[in-house]
Design a binder for this molecule. Structure first.
Ligand code: ADP
Ligand code: MG
Length: 383
């Protein structure tokens, strides 16, 4: 059944409309977004679809085909940050954030269905938020732009759900274009669509979902974030984005004098170097040298593994096995400690590389990974 038909069976009337927002993978630029740096994500063909009707009576009804359980009914005037609520907290958070920003949202009925794998580092949470934000934007005539919707969705996840994420995921889901990667400056949310037509180049970007999520990841993000902030303070800049990669050795020497903290030194080195890697990848893409992006990805992985220390054995194994089998390059993507990796590979090597990764996982006693091609797709839209 279509999502609209599901909606009608559930709520008794046809929806006012149907919207979709994609998940994303990040090609390069990891843990740079909360440092006001650059990122280069692309939207996946996997989307979260929402059938939605507007209401005037303050009632918010939420239902997901992907979750066991019935309709969650809330009162828009009584929405409370950090009040739990499981999955429904994400769309409720968006309603709350829109109203906090002064927009008149008087209730809605929503029904979701998604093909974005959840908890795999592919941002099913951002897809859920952005599709909600776009639907309400259209239904209530709010006139918000893609970046404004992304900011609202980020605020929703930060302040209402209580997850301290950066803005990359929501921007990718809201603003990405077909056949492109999104070069985003997270300082001011200015962006450029960078041509990334893999198929035409005879290339594939594989997403390898390790299907693990290590507990360690929960506190690690906040710890890395605090470490980066301490590093920026010690260097006298507002954010690590302002540390010039060309003079990084000088900055690290200064950091050693002021702080003498080898952990923060590693965090700074990762963020500043990864920010520079985004710029290098974009220069290569603009020059049509997509294959040369591969080694930069692998270099970025080493930095995440050794300096930021947010990788895990499964992610390292993907990178190692894929490169040994002839991939052009590979790296973990997203927050790490599990989730997914990306692998850049010649199309005619994709099967062999996939088989090599699967074999390595089987030999190491890990569950079989999920592998699929990341086809650069368009951002959120009304269907
Ligand atoms: P990720 O964003 O990497 O997929 P998160 O932990 O940030 O992982 O978000 C996953 C959570 O988002 C799920 O546990 C669920 O609460 C919510 N979610 C995402 N997609 C859906 C969906 N289609 N239906 C219901 N809840 C969803
Ligand atoms: Mg998420």
């Amino acid at each position: 059944m279509s999502v609209a038909a599901d909606f009608e069976a559930l709520y008794g009337t046809a929806p006012d409309g149907v919207w979709a927002a994609p998940g994303r993978v990040n090609l390069i630029g990891e843990y740079t977004d909360f440092n006001e740096g650059f990122v280069l994500p692309l939207a996946l063909p996997h989307t979260t679809v929402a059938a939605v009707s507007r209401r005037e009576d303050g009632v918010l009804r939420l239902h997901s085909a992907d979750i066991d359980g019935g309709i969650v009914q809330l009162d828009v005037d009584a929405l409370e940050p950090l009040s739990g609520g499981g999955w429904a907290a994400y769309p409720a958070a968006v309603v709350w954030a829109l109203r906090e920003a002064g927009h008149r949202v008087t209730g809605a009925d929503l029904h979701f269905r998604s093909t974005v794998p959840t908890g795999a580092g592919l941002s099913s949470s951002a897809a859920l938020e952005v599709v909600t934000a776009l639907a309400l934007n259209d239904l209530f005539g709010l006139g918000l732009t893609g970046p404004e919707l992304a900011r609202t969705a980020q605020r929703a996840e930060n302040d209402f759900v209580g997850v301290p994420c950066g803005v990359m995921d929501q921007m990718a889901s809201a603003c990405a274009a077909d056949g492109h990667a999104l070069h985003l400056d997270t300082r001011d949310l200015s962006y450029r669509q960078v041509p990334f037509d893999l198929a035409r180049e005879g290339l594939r970007l594989l997403v390898v979902d390790t299907r693990v999520k290590h507990e360690l990841g929960d506190g690690a993000y906040a710890e890395r974030r605090a470490g980066c902030e301490a590093g920026a303070r010690a260097l006298g800049v507002s954010h690590l984005r302002d540390v010039d990669a060309a003079t990084l050795p000088d900055s690290l020497a200064r950091l050693d004098e002021v702080l003498g903290d080898e952990r923060i030194r590693r965090y700074v080195r990762h963020v500043v170097s990864d920010n520079a890697r985004v710029e290098r990848v974009i220069a290569l893409l603009d020059a049509g040298e997509i294959r040369a992006v591969g080694p930069v990805l692998t270099e970025g992985h080493a930095s995440l593994r050794d300096d930021l220390r947010v990788s895990c054995p499964e992610l390292d194994l993907v990178v190692e096995a894929a490169n040994a089998a002839g991939a052009l390059g590979a790296r973990m993507t997203g927050g790490g400690f599990g989730g997914s990796a990306v692998v850049l590979v010649e199309t005619d090597r994709a099967e062999a590389v996939t088989a090599a990764v699967e074999k390595a996982f089987a030999e190491a006693g890990h569950a079989a990974p999920g592998v699929f091609p990341a086809v650069p797709s368009r951002g959120a839209r009304r269907l």
